[in-house]
Design a protein around this ligand. Structure first.
Ligand code: IP8
Length: 252
């Protein structure tokens, strides 16, 4: 299973702007593996900017034109998904896509809905979904990763491909040197991370680490790698040694 971070495949601060070079580099290496892939992508600038402006993560808030924003963010996410699907198919990967607003309800790790799975390559993504209490909310791709990893048979490993940083660093990436990379994350390791909550409506790196640790507890290998180096993504998928952060189960 691979999570393509929204900050990796889009330019995060420019509304609805794809990072085509990076996306194509990754889909190109994905075509070189024989593994049966589940690909989950984040939203980046196709989801977070408008969701933040209209507070979609909070559910219904009076006084904001949220219905228009919900429709727009869903359309923008379908457009991002189309770009991902086109990039995959240009490298010969035929995949099936399952937009969560069609099958999932609720947000966070306990969302409801049967996880759709293809006989070939499965693709899904973070989305605006219905919610019983809040009316609607944002379901993060990281929660989809968690549930797919826990509920799909024979998941070998989960790779979080992130943008421009080699893994989890001991200090925020803007202050880090290459030596600050945490190669194996256990409970004892301390780190200081930054969350760009002025852009992000979901949990950033912290959410990946928390969800990753829960997946690792099930015995599935979890790795964070720098998606700017597409060959690292391929090596990680194949289970080869690679620069990045391996998330170990808690209390390990
Ligand atoms: O980027 C967020 O998904 P994530 C989805 O995987 C939207 O957390 C629509 C902001």
């Amino acid at each position: 299973m691979i999570k393509l971070g929204g900050g990796l495949i889009t330019h995060k601060d420019k509304l609805c702007t794809i990072n085509r070079e990076i996306l194509d580099g990754i889909t190109s290496v994905l075509s070189r593996t024989d593994k049966k892939l589940i690909i989950i992508h984040g939203a980046g600038s196709f989801g977070h900017i408008k969701s933040k402006k209209y507070m979609l993560q909070k559910g219904r808030v009076q006084g904001l034109d949220q219905d228009k924003a919900i429709a727009e963010v869903r359309t923008d996410m379908l457009e991002l998904n189309r770009l991902v699907m086109d990039s995959l198919s240009s490298h010969g990967i035929i995949a099936e896509s399952y937009p969560p607003h069609n099958w999932a309800e609720g947000t966070g790790p306990d969302f409801r809905g049967n996880l759709p799975i293809s006989t070939g390559v499965t693709v899904t993504f973070g989305d605006v979904v219905k919610d019983n209490e809040k009316e609607f909310g944002i379901l993060s791709g990281d929660d989809l990763v968690l549930r797919y990893a826990l509920e799909t048979d024979d998941v070998e490993r989960v790779i979080f491909a992130i943008g421009g940083v080699d893994g989890l660093m001991k200090v925020p990436p803007s202050e880090a040197t290459p030596d600050d990379l945490i190669e194996e994350l256990t409970d004892e390791i301390e780190y200081r991370s930054e969350h760009y909550s002025e852009i992000d409506v979901t949990g950033g790196i912290g959410l990946k680490i928390e969800r990753g640790a829960r997946i690792a507890e099930k015995g599935v290998e979890v790795l964070l790698v720098n998606g700017y180096h597409s060959e690292r993504v391929l090596s990680a998928i194949e289970g080869k040694m690679v620069r990045g952060t391996k998330i170990l189960p808690r209390n390990c």
